[in-house]
Design a protein around this ligand. Sequence first.
Ligand code: PCA
Length: 204
Amino acid sequence: MNKKILLTCFEPFGGESINPSYEAVMNLSSPDGMELIKTVLPVEWGTSAEKLISIWEKTSPDAVIMTGLAGGADKIRIERVGINLCGAVKDNRGKYPSGEESPCETPIDRAMPVAFFSTFDYASILRGLRAENIPATYSFSAGTYICNYVLFSALAKNHKDKGRIPIGFIHVPYSEAQGKAVFMKQADITRAVGTAIINAFTGD
Ligand code: PCA
């Protein structure tokens, strides 16, 4: 039986016309023995996590791997922690967390702990990326924007469900198409996401 991987990326945000996480996910073919359920999430408080959870509940995946852009990063970042906080940052609709019009921080879920660790096999992912000469590092903060929001929401759902599946987030640098000083080639970003998926399961 193929393993079902729910693989998400984001639409562009922050004035950019592309998001290299989207390009990576759309260009990736399913690794052997795996079926990819590709989903593009909006860069919006609320709806991003709602869309993720709704597709998750419809498809019952064996792993949930989320990807997004970390502008300015010079390596692939393997996110180890999701924190229970929405930062005071406007989304693609111009809204702050909870739909507020003025800057405010807010917990993602007041009934949940401060943070959760990712459950994918981060060590195996790092080894896999380094074996392919793709610059990569562990990261202990996915920020307080939408990427952390969906990571925390996914880990909170897994906690509530008493689930045991690999869940985690891969942050990628700008690609060469974005004209920034610090970037990674899109081909390497795409390859990195494929490598992360293959190595996400512990003990396989
Ligand atoms: N990166 C942003 C949100 C969407 C994306 O690709 C983040 O790091 O939160």
